[in-house]
Ligand binder design. Structure first.
Ligand SMILES: Nc1ncnc2c1ncn2[C@@H]1O[C@H](COP(=O)(O)OP(=O)(O)O)[C@@H](O)[C@H]1O
Ligand SMILES: [Mg+2]
Length: 414
């Protein structure tokens, strides 16, 4: 008998369990009575395992069938969250003025190259939210209506941040871009695919016991409702992540599931009225990342000046090509974003030269400079766009967001 105790919410111990032979035995072959026994009697998971059904599993066949179904659905640990995914109630948007991320009327005027008082004057007073001083904020829905009337097309986009190198700004870029997109009126959803849940943590949205994660919804995305994802504010949602997303590599075995998994969830989000989906990927080229490549309209590869991130860039580009070839897909738009740029470093200027000469076609011409604003934002569980003060960090990411969302349309004279 193999006994495992997994401490509640202890990532190291959960990972040890996932890496263990007992777990491999469970997830590999057909489920026979021995495997059932292993599952029911020998493995005690202090979290999310439907333990009250265990007695039933051993006592009668019906219970066993149910357990078998659970196992075959790869949803051993997440039954409750799956139920919530399908029964989640629809959240109401109207009357919700609990904003963390608002565009100021001045910023909107700056986007349009228009006079600030004219822009403020074109809004009904009830749409202008006082922000202290003379500043007024405009809610995302009102911004969307305003820009749509000017002819801006809010076409649906899936934007993924991928690089197998860690620590180079995938998570920062995902959450910063999503919050800015929301301010520009996009109804945005973040899909956190990193089992470490960095995006979820950074936005104070780690999943609770009952909150579904991607692992719970990919098989039946049609069952997702607005209640299956967590609301941060009007026009800003997240499908958070937890350690169980590490099981995706084991459950997305067949190629057609890989092709469809992320795509299916994004399609459903589109039917719920979302304009932009931002995906934060783990630092690997695992199955979840392959599935993301199949779904993305735009792949952003953040890079830093060190050799590892250049290696990561090369491998990611190769992987994108090979996946598109294998699945017969059109290549998504690829963009390279230079992050954490520190002009005092000699290596930074060399990196910039290399990126412009070797990857000029993909390279976003404005870099993201290094700034302490990001770590301060992390400590407050907000992105830099929650602040109304001008900053270099906001300026850099604002350019990036306008670039990937096509908001340069306004500067280009429409
Ligand atoms: N432009 C930047 N300037 C300074 N620190 C940054 C910048 N971008 C990201 N960071 C910090 O670098 C660390 C790693 O970034 P993160 O976005 O988590 O990378 P990844 O998701 O690729 O692992 C975080 O602590 C983040 O706050
Ligand atoms: Mg990350």
């Amino acid at each position: 008998m193999i006994a495992w105790k997994v401490a509640k919410h202890d990532p190291a111990s959960c990972q040890a369990f996932v890496d263990s032979p007992a777990f491999r035995a469970l997830k590999t072959t057909t489920i026979g009575p021995i495997r059932m026994d292993v599952m029911v009697e020998s493995i005690e998971i202090g979290w999310r395992f439907p333990s009250e059904s265990s007695g039933g599993l051993r006592r009668n066949g019906r219970g066993q069938d149910r357990a078998k179904k659970l196992l075959l659905n790869n949803s051993r640990f997440s039954r409750y969250r799956r139920i919530r995914a399908s029964l989640g109630q629809v959240l109401k948007e109207e009357g919700d003025h609990n904003f963390r991320y608002l565009l100021t009327a001045d910023e909107l005027a700056q986007l349009l190259g228009a006079d600030a008082s004219e822009v403020r004057g074109s809004f009904d007073a009830r749409h202008l939210i006082p922000l202290g001083g003379h500043k007024k904020g405009v809610g995302p829905a009102a911004v969307r209506q305003y820009l749509s009337r000017l002819g801006f097309p809010y076409t649906f986009k899936v934007i993924a941040h991928i690089n197998m190198r860690g620590g180079i700004g995938k998570t920062t870029s995902t959450i910063t871009a999503a919050t800015r997109a929301c301010q520009y009126g996009f109804k945005a959803c973040i899909i956190d695919l990193d089992p470490q849940g960095s995006s979820s943590l950074a936005l104070d949205m780690l999943p609770g016991e009952e909150d579904p994660i991607f692992y719970d919804v990919w098989q039946n995305p049609g069952e997702m409702t607005m209640g299956s994802i967590r609301k941060i504010q009007e026009h800003l949602y997240i499908l958070p992540s937890s350690l169980e997303n590490a099981l995706l590599d084991a459950s997305l075995i067949n190629p057609s599931s890989q092709k469809r998994a992320v795509h299916g969830v994004c399609d459903v989000l589109k039917t719920h009225g979302f304009d932009a989906v931002f995906i934060d990927c783990p630092p690997s080229l695992g199955i979840a990342v392959i599935s993301t490549i199949c779904a993305a309209d735009i792949i952003v590869i953040p890079v830093h000046s060190d050799a590892f991130s250049f290696k990561g860039l090369e491998l990611t580009l190769k992987e994108i090509d090979s996946i598109c070839e294998t699945f017969g897909l059109q290549r998504p738009l690829i963009r390279i974003l230079y992050t954490k740029f520190d002009r005092r470093e000699k290596i930074a200027a060399e990196g910039l030269r290399r990126l412009t000469s070797e990857y000029g076609a993909y390279f976003i011409p404005k870099v993201i400079r290094t700034s302490t604003d990001f770590s301060q934002g992390l400590a407050r569980k907000k992105t830099i766009f929650a602040s109304f003060k001008k900053s270099q960090a906001k300026e850099d990411y604002d350019y990036y967001v306008r670039h990937i969302l096509g908001l340069e349309w306004f500067a280009d004279g429409r």
